[in-house]
Ligand binder design. Structure first.
Ligand SMILES: Cc1cc2nc3c(=O)[nH]c(=O)nc-3n(C[C@H](O)[C@H](O)[C@H](O)COP(=O)(O)O)c2cc1C
Length: 170
């Protein structure tokens, strides 16, 4: 069981986000907890994305992404965008969204959003660290509270992805 180390990593407090991507008229979105601010001037945010995701192809082509910050009540959206691929289902169908300044999808009812243009895309182990310059953003629900990654439990099924040798930690 590697759930012990997964539990340690859940104590890195992050929110849960839906990352919208667009390449022209082609759009998709996926759930991501690995999102961080990395600079004030210029304003830069970074996401970490598995290059096997359908979203990565659109991200590479369009070089834009939007970070939709989920509210505590939006766990169902985290599941919708985070447990199925845009290769097999149109995840944006039936969801209220609009195109942001970059063209990336912004979800109606999210806590806040950031609209970004990609400035770099580098290998980071089995993921890609994609940095974006923030070109737009707003708080949409000022009284809302963020969904915290730890509250999603093993929704991302990451417990089995941690190296087995870490099991001996606990
Ligand atoms: C709570 C949660 C957090 C996730 N965080 C990330 C993440 O930070 N980076 C990532 O690449 N995938 C993450 N995922 C997995 C993707 O959202 C998932 O594999 C998705 O189905 C990919 O969609 P796509 O193939 O349509 O791009 C997360 C999933 C969940 C449920």
């Amino acid at each position: 069981m590697s759930d012990g180390i997964a539990n340690v990593f859940r104590h890195l407090t992050t929110g849960v986000h839906v990352i919208g991507v667009a390449d022209g008229d082609r759009r998709n979105a996926f759930t991501a907890s690995w999102v961080v601010q990395v600079s004030f001037r210029p304003l830069l945010l970074a996401i970490s994305i598995n290059p096997a995701h359908a979203s990565y192809t659109l991200l590479q082509g369009g070089r834009v992404f939007a970070i939709n910050v989920l509210r505590a009540e939006q766990q169902a959206l985290a599941k919708h965008f985070g447990t199925q691929s845009g290769r097999t289902v149109d995840k944006l169908a039936g969801i209220r969204w609009r195109a942001g300044r970059t063209g990336a999808p912004l979800l109606h009812g999210a806590l806040a959003f950031f609209d970004c243009q990609v400035v770099s895309d580098v290998e980071a182990g089995d993921h890609r660290l994609v940095m974006g310059r923030v070109v737009d953003g707003a708080v949409l629900i000022p009284a809302g509270h963020p969904l915290i990654y730890a509250a999603t439990g093993d929704l991302d099924q990451s417990a089995e992805l941690y190296p087995k040798e870490f099991c001996k930690w606990r």
